[in-house]
Design a protein around this ligand. Structure first.
Ligand code: GLP
Length: 267
């Protein structure tokens, strides 16, 4: 696992955006350029700075999305697209609507209003497989270490499915729902931990003091379904991009190790 520690949130986002751009560009110049680059994407406040930077590159003509297919991680069950807290709305508002060459037919987001959630999730897995899997999955992390909506004790082999949200997560996410945890949907559709770890590369953003325990559990703890992000320790292409604020619970030797081994990757 790589852990790339940047000084602050802005630098973490620029590093992550540059990394994603470099992977898309390498793909488009490589032997597989005739198939699309398949990019997994998250919502949440953590990726907003990455989206801004990717949009800037795209609008400056430095990065094209014309050969990119995207799959989002998750969606609240029961929220229509037009709801300003749906992840469909978030993704268009913060990212897709600002790109000059993203093809709408290449955007995949689970349908939170489906009448048949099981079928919706099975079809999502099939569609990912039809592209040969995901090349790079970017994600965030919950304060309890969840990736996508895979709460603690979700199987590390889980696939896309319906998830019950914990009270903790509903309280954390209530800041977007008028500070009312009851207003936060109690269920979501989410890719599984196994769906994420099947990707060729995984890039997880971890920033801020409130994520310090989650970062330590992801990097230094044992692989455990209690911290679903720890599954990335078994992945051969996992990168954690984090800021200094999130490093507060790492042991000093871990912190120094990654600064040393990643030297030159400091923006
Ligand atoms: C939600 C999303 C996760 C995201 C998490 C953290 O629970 N389902 O994918 O990682 O929020 O969000 P934030 O980046 O706002 O802390």
């Amino acid at each position: 696992m790589r852990v790339v520690i940047q000084e602050d949130y802005g630098k973490m986002c620029r590093w992550a955006a540059c990394y994603i751009a470099s992977r898309i560009q390498a793909h488009n110049e490589g032997p597989e350029k005739d198939r699309p680059f398949v990019l997994g994407l998250p919502t949440g406040s953590s990726p907003i700075g990455v989206y801004k930077e990717l949009v800037r590159m795209n609008r400056a003509g430095e990065l094209s999305f014309s050969n990119v297919v995207t799959f989002n991680m998750d969606e609240y069950l029961g929220l229509p697209r037009e709801h300003d807290q749906s992840y469909w709305y978030f993704m268009h508002d913060n990212f897709f609507d600002h790109l000059v060459d993203m093809k709408p037919e290449n955007i995949n987001i689970l349908n939170g209003m489906t009448e048949d959630p099981e079928a919706e999730c099975a079809a999502y897995e099939r569609k990912i497989a039809s592209y040969g899997g995901i090349d790079l999955f970017m994600g965030g992390i919950g304060v309890d270490g969840h990736i996508a909506f895979n709460e603690p004790f979700t199987s590390l082999c889980s696939r896309t499915g319906v998830r019950n949200l914990t009270t903790d997560t509903r309280i954390v996410n209530s800041r977007f729902f008028g500070n009312d945890p009851e207003a936060v949907p109690s269920q979501a559709l989410s890719v599984g931990v196994g769906t994420v770890t099947d990707s060729k590369e995984v890039l997880i953003l971890i920033n801020g003091h409130n994520k310090a325990r989650a970062l330590a559990a992801t990097v230094e703890g044992g692989v455990s379904q209690k911290w679903t992000c720890s599954a990335l320790q078994m992945h051969n292409g996992a990168i954690i991009a984090c800021d200094e604020a999130a490093c507060g619970e790492l042991t000093v030797d871990t912190y120094k190790y990654f600064l040393d081994i990643e030297r030159g990757e400091r923006l």
